[in-house]
Design a protein around this ligand. Sequence first.
Ligand code: SF4
Ligand code: ZN
Ligand code: ZN
Length: 314
Amino acid sequence: MESKVCTSCKRREAFFFRPYSGEKLCKRCFIKSFEDKVRATIIKYNMLEYGDSVAIAVSGGKDSISLLHILTKIELDYPKVSFIAVTVDEGIRRYRDEALRIAAKNCRKLKIEHHIISFKELYGYTLDEIVGHLKKEGKNKLTPCAYCGVLRRKALNIAARDAKVDKLATAHTLDDETQTILLNILHGDVLRLAKGKPITDQVHPTLTRRVKPFCEIPEKETALYAYTKQIKFQGIPCPYASGAMRNDMRLFLNRMEEKHAGIKFTIFKSMEKTRPAIGKMFEKKELKKCIRCGEPTVGDICKSCEMLLQLFDA
Ligand code: SF4
Ligand code: ZN
Ligand code: ZN
């Protein structure tokens, strides 16, 4: 009969099998290996430096809440690094309201300062209002996620800058990263392939560098970490998620991973190896100031202003 003993401590009963490594782990060894992997990723990509102040982007879902907990634990290894949490309130009724409560509760428990930035205050519209307008006008083929992604990116930049932090940590997992790599290929967006590093370059003094300590952690494991640590997170999905192309990519990659364990790592590592060569294809462009909002942009007007203008002022 197949052994159920943990392959790490060789004493306790295993509860988790890691197909890509062949390890069987008990709860305690799983938690340790998860935390060690995050520490190793931070060191490998030099994500945290002495004296850094870091904003953690916390949506309230399992990935970001796990990141909040693990970074506050890791903080003990980096006594001179300080953390705050930032949540973007896109204005998605019920869904984001609940997530905000969960994020705030976790921050209180961990004694982390919590900043909230909302679409309504920043742009004058909630995402629900934008989607309502899209439906009414019927003039745009973009999905709610396309608007949400662009507007949230800018909101996080502004929140990080206002909080005067050195880095912005996001909870993108190995799954998110591999989905993004393949989506960028499907969209022919080679520049984004070059930019999506585990730690982004400092391209402009007003844009905070982003770090992704979970970039080598499969999403399944962040969920398991949250469950085993009994961390409360939001379980319901966003009502707008189902229409996104990312969903198809998630299903595709999960099916591939089931048949060929480790394929997500292979995609991620291939990208890491080819990224420097792709990066050389692009000249460094001087960023300008958006004529409408003043945020850095390659053209005359930034993407979020362009989207909102097309929707409401056209
Ligand atoms: Fe925004 Fe789409 Fe995510 Fe919902 S699923 S929060 S609309 S990006
Ligand atoms: Zn063990
Ligand atoms: Zn703008």
